[in-house]
Design a protein around this ligand. Structure first.
Ligand code: PLP
Length: 406
């Protein structure tokens, strides 16, 4: 294989044209799993919102430009990407807050059941939130077990099984249908965190009877830094389940301003406060771009990019130890490698124009966003990394100085 072969792959890539729709940072961007790149259309739509809506309509825009419907409109668009029905998804708050709302709601819905079951190596924020929810009631317990031991720990007191579909470090993928059925066999509700799945993985939430889900819009959905998260509640549960954060936007009649709380019908009861229109609008523009592509196509290119990366890495960068599964069906959108000098290697890569991410103490994640990465980027990356490793460039002082955000 030669570099020319990779250029040829790019020639044949049916998603290649999407790269032109993004503003990309200098260098090659392998962090789409952390913060998706900025679509050019967002610049246009935000400016228009500022000038035409906020500028000329101001408060009237809540009605005239339908700002008030944005959480639902955007939720339904995301629903299309994750296989949910209309009105099963709404956009609000952050993933962490949505997780809090859904976990507390799931416990209240399952009287006689008092266990939240999860994986011990789950995303730390998810574990912190679950711990906090458990602490609210003396009888509620959080059980964390190894991902291979979930089936053993499900029991008649399990109220909810909470898992991240794609693991944030290893990129391992759960079989969503299998795990959801397993939870249901034990009478537990199934809650998925889709932070590393939405926008990269074709999902079928409704078809698989998933009860609850959360996810963020700033990773593969390219919604922008801190863009609001989404939450999903299965249609049949919606009239029975209650949000613990009863803000006015979740009220049946928010503008009646009555003293007493009545939950809205359906998914809107999980809204809390006023929606962040600017960031929601940016996310909507990005998601509109994604909606023009079949999710299956994105997944296929994602698998091919990661297969190419793994093959070249094993050939040229043998000292990097792969932690992600070899079988692409068991892998999400990024590939992770271990090396004792991962921090310095990551810094050296940055200096050579490759933006990857480092996780303490010894992990490098390479995010492969199919909409703006080229096959030749994989080739160039591996050959630069080979040079950094072979020539021990990472040992230079300049790559071993601490930084604030890693
Ligand atoms: C990125 C990520 C989140 C993000 O949560 P925030 O509330 O947006 O900070 C949550 N869960 C997982 C698994 C993630 O990867």
């Amino acid at each position: 294989m030669h570099r020319d072969d990779y250029l040829q792959y790019d020639q044949e890539d049916s998603l290649a044209s999407y790269r032109q729709y993004f503003t990309l940072p200098k260098g090659i961007y392998f962090c789409g799993h952390s913060l998706g790149a900025a679509p050019k259309s967002v610049e246009v739509s935000l400016l228009q919102l500022l000038q035409e809506q906020w500028g000329k309509e101001a408060v009237c825009a809540w009605n005239r430009s339908a700002w008030i419907d944005m959480p639902n409109r955007l939720g339904n668009k995301i629903g299309k990407l994750i296989g949910a029905k209309n009105d099963e998804v709404v956009v609000a708050d952050s993933t962490s807050i949505n997780l809090f709302k859904l976990l507390a709601a799931a416990l209240a819905l399952q009287p006689g059941r008092n266990i939240i079951l999860t994986e011990n190596d789950n995303f730390p924020a998810d574990l912190y939130i679950a711990e906090a929810v458990a602490k609210l009631h003396p009888e509620v317990k959080l059980i964390k077990c190894h991902r291979t031991q979930i089936a053993k720990h499900l029991e008649q007191r399990t109220a909810v099984l909470m898992l991240s579909h794609v693991h944030y470090r290893s990129s391992e993928v759960y079989d969503m249908q299998f795990m959801t059925e397993l939870a249901h066999q034990h009478g537990a509700l199934m809650l998925w965190d889709l932070a590393h799945s939405a926008g990269i993985f074709p999902l079928e939430l409704s078809k698989h009877n998933v009860d609850l889900a959360v996810g963020c819009t700033y990773k593969y959905l390219n919604g922008g830094p801190g863009s609001p998260a989404f939450l999903y509640v299965r249609k049949e549960l919606q009239q029975h389940i209650q949000s613990p954060l009863t803000g006015w936007m979740g009220h049946l009649h928010p503008f009646a301003f009555s003293d007493d709380y009545l939950p809205a019908n359906g998914i809107n009861r999980f809204l809390c406060g006023t929606p962040p229109i600017l960031s929601m609008s940016a996310a909507e523009t990005s998601i509109d771009l994604l909606l023009t592509i079949e999710m299956k196509k994105i997944r296929i290119k994602s698998q091919q990019l990661s297969e190419q990366l793994i093959e070249l890495m094993s050939r040229y960068c043998g000292s990097m130890q792969r932690v992600s599964p070899l079988d692409s069906h068991l892998r999400g959108g990024h590939v992770a490698y271990l090396h004792p000098q991962a921090f310095a290697i990551n810094q050296a890569l940055l200096a050579h124009g490759f933006i990857t991410d480092y996780r303490q103490p010894d992990l490098i994640r390479i995010g492969l966003s199919p909409l703006y990465l080229r096959y030749v980027d994989i080739w160039d990356f591996v050959h630069t990394l080979k040079k950094i490793l072979d020539e021990k460039i990472y040992c230079h002082d300049q790559f071993n100085r601490p930084v604030k955000v890693t």
